[in-house]
Design a binder for this molecule. Structure first.
Ligand SMILES: C[S@@+](CC[C@H](N)C(=O)[O-])C[C@H]1O[C@@H](n2cnc3c(N)ncnc32)[C@H](O)[C@@H]1O
Length: 260
């Protein structure tokens, strides 16, 4: 797990080693929910530096990454070129509507993007467009930070230099359902009960300048956390469902009905 230049670095700060766990755990969620085929065509909405675009490109026929930031698109193109990937294209988005035909994609993936659309009308328009470009029978996957109660606005999210809003999961659900989508899966995301207490203890030691015997264990803890996630996710989900705890990151997969 040599990920000191992990692509997360360009979009969020913090510890690269934590990003390996989050990245792998998120990608597992998508792989489990959606069958990616060699003929699939994917839209990566809010592609950033291409963390997902490149991952999809290795598994599907074609992937399009779009982002409102020209710098992100430039970095994603460079990453694809460096990796020798030729079935990915990247485009700068210039508002709505999306420049694609109805039903053009088997899957639209949007991870940590919708929170940056702070205006509810703009969000509704974006969700409408995302759903329009998915083919009947196709999917939308997204991972978002969600609020427990009322929407939470932040002027500057610590990870990203811009205003954000964490919305309730129900708000996203009703927007997507209003566009005719069906919830296929809704689950907590990257919530290993092993990994996060470990990371907190490790970071506390570091912050206090104390001897840190835990850092060398990160790879091992990451592997064990991922291997056990099938079981621990069920446990954590049941705690969340019973309102015993709140998990702020959620993976959601919608499907567009075949009969429209
Ligand atoms: C935290 S990054 C996530 C990047 C990528 N999805 C990932 O998971 O690595 C958020 C990205 O969303 C982009 N973004 C923000 N608002 C957007 C919008 N309305 N439409 C498309 N992209 C947007 C930003 O430019 C940034 O690249």
């Amino acid at each position: 797990m040599q990920n000191h230049q992990h692509p997360f670095r360009a979009v969020i700060g913090g510890d690269d080693l934590d990003h390996v766990y989050i990245d792998m755990s998120q990608k597992r969620s998508v792989s489990r929910a959606v069958r990616l085929e060699p003929h699939s065509v994917v839209l990566d909405y809010g592609c950033g530096v291409g963390r997902w675009t490149l991952w999809f490109a290795r598994q599907v026929h074609h992937v399009v990454g779009v982002d409102i930031s020209p710098n992100m698109v430039k970095a994603a193109r460079l990453a694809a070129d460096t990796a020798g990937i030729h079935n990915a294209e990247h485009r700068v988005l210039d508002g709505m509507p999306l420049p694609f035909e109805d039903g053009a994609f088997d899957l639209v993936n949007a991870v940590w993007v919708l929170r940056y659309i702070t205006d509810d009308n703009e969000l509704a328009r974006t969700v409408h467009e995302i759903c329009r470009v998915v083919r009947p029978g196709g999917h939308v996957t997204f991972i978002e930070r969600i609020a427990r109660e009322d929407p939470e606005f932040r002027e500057h999210e610590s990870d990203f230099n811009g205003p954000t809003v964490y919305r309730r999961w129900e708000q996203y659900r009703s927007l997507f359902e209003g566009c005719g989508m069906i919830v296929k899966e809704s689950a907590i995301s990257s919530a290993s009960p092993l990994y996060w207490p470990y990371a907190m203890a490790r970071d506390t030691l570091r912050r206090r300048g104390l001897p840190d015997p835990l850092s060398p264990l990160t790879s091992l803890i990451t592997s064990v956390s991922l291997a056990g996630e099938g079981l621990t996710a069920r446990l954590m989900q049941s705690l969340v469902d019973r309102d015993i705890m709140h998990c702020s990151h959620r993976f959601i997969c919608f499907q567009k009905p075949v009969d429209g």
